[in-house]
Each structure stands twice: as C-alpha cells, then as structure tokens.
Design a protein around this ligand. Structure first.
Ligand SMILES: [Zn+2]
Length: 259
C-alpha cells in the first residue's frame, strides 16, 4: 500500500507531464468507463488528497479523474512511443498528449466525476500531512476522538489524518518509543508525533527511495524487519497481524525499545 508521499510524488509527475496540454487520445480500460472519451479536453492539474489522486480537466464540462493506487497500482509517464515497463493488460487508464503518455496500471479506483463533486470522494479525509491546507489542530482533535484506539491503527485511519500507511505507522511508533498498541490517550506527546510524521513524509516526497533512518542502505527501523536485530538494541523485531478482520495489517516493533 503506497504511502502519502508516494502519491504526492505521483501527482507531481503527472502534473508536470500533462497539465496545460490537451489530450490527443484516452483509453479507459475499466467496464464502467469503457465508452468514456476525453479526447480534446485540456488537463488543468493533478493533485493528491491523502492517498487519492485527482486529475482535473477543462472542456465542455469540468471533470475529474479520481484514481487510487491501492495495493499494486502505479501511474507511469512515458514519452510518446516509448515502450511501457509494466504489462499492457494491467493498464486501466491511458491519457495521451502530443508528447507524452500517462498510464495508470492496476489502479484500485478509477472514476470520472464532475469536478464540483470531488468532496463526495475525498471529503471524508482528515487533514493531509502533505496538503497545502494541513491543519495540525484538526488532525489532533480527530485522533483524540477515540482515546482507546491503538496508536498504530489510529495513524492508519485516513479520516483522522491522511497520508500515513503501514510503513510510516510502524516507523513512527518506533521512533517515538511507543508500542503500536498504546492507546491514543496514553501517548505522551501526540502533537510531537504528528509533527514527526509530517517531517518524515516531507523528507521522502522529493526522493525516489524512502527512508526514515537517514540511511538509504538501511532505510527502516522496524518495517518489514521481523526477526532482524533492532538497530538500536539488537533485540529481534517482532511482527503480528492486527486490525479489523479482513483488513489486518502487519505490525512491526522492537519488544525492548517499544515495551
Ligand atoms: Zn530495540
């Protein structure tokens, strides 16, 4: 599952390649949009809202392509005529201009909506850690609404604050010295933790490889490091599946540093 910084980076890439250009061809390879055609529409911009991507078009009517990468999705930008680096059968959307092709592969959500109705699809989100309208107080208020909720789970809830995925959730708990199951009410300095989250995402939004340790060769403290020695104390990192049935996520922690 991509983290918010990956989605914001994707938005910037699409924005640079497409905005201001008219579409010379479009191909929607999802049943509900099979007959849609945006040829001739001008791309206004692409923005990220949490982990959602909104690509806006001007034309006879203002429309927005709403996409979400979910687990396996990605948007790639190719020069016109360049060979795609993912299999064509995974393509869900193709937006072509006279110079570029943007291809959305294995996207979790693909829908075309009137731009005026964007709030229907992203209105539920909490403040976006990387958004221009970030609001720390509002994010803290939303997090504290459920004081008994385990920290790692609350951080993943995009209606509290938007942008944190499984990796950042695990890393933030470690860096704060807190067990992922710590109830929100028992987090000593939630504001500091949220500021740290923003910092981590901001540091990674401009670079191709994510790291929270400051070391690209050993990028993570605990994420996907089960059974490996803790970088701080040498204890084996543990992993457990947690969360609501059907939506479990792997939780990683050092039983000593995060007792
Ligand atoms: Zn440790």
């Amino acid at each position: 599952m991509p983290e918010g910084d990956t989605v914001h980076r994707t938005a910037r890439r699409l924005h640079r390649a497409l905005s201001g250009h008219s579409l010379t061809a479009t191909d929607f390879r999802v049943p509900q949009l099979a007959t849609s055609d945006l040829t001739g529409a001008r791309v206004v911009e692409t923005v990220a809202r949490g982990k959602h991507l909104l690509t806006r078009f001007a034309g006879e009517e203002e429309r927005t392509l709403h996409t979400h990468l979910k687990r396996e999705g990605s948007w790639r930008v190719y020069a016109r005529g360049e060979r795609w680096k993912r299999p064509a059968h995974q393509a869900r959307v193709v937006l072509a201009t006279s110079t570029h092709q943007a291809v959305g592969f294995s996207l979790g959500i693909v829908e075309l909506i009137p731009t005026s109705q964007e709030s229907d699809v992203v209105g539920h989100l909490g403040p976006d850690l990387l958004g221009p309208d970030w609001d720390e107080d509002e994010a803290l208020r939303r997090l504290r609404e459920d004081p008994t909720r385990p920290l790692a789970e609350a951080l993943l809830d995009q209606t509290r604050l938007a942008g944190i995925g499984n990796m950042y959730s695990a890393e933030l708990c470690f860096v704060s010295g807190l067990n992922p199951r710590t109830p929100i009410a028992e987090v000593p300095d939630l504001a500091r933790l949220v500021r740290l989250a923003k910092q981590m995402l901001e540091q990674n939004v401009t670079r191709a490889t994510q790291a929270t340790t400051g070391n690209l060769r050993e990028p993570f403290w605990v994420y996907r490091r089960e059974k490996a020695p803790c970088r701080r104390c040498g204890t084996s990192i543990e992993v457990a599946m947690r969360g609501e049935p059907g939506r479990e996520r792997a939780s990683y922690w050092c039983p000593r540093c995060q007792a």
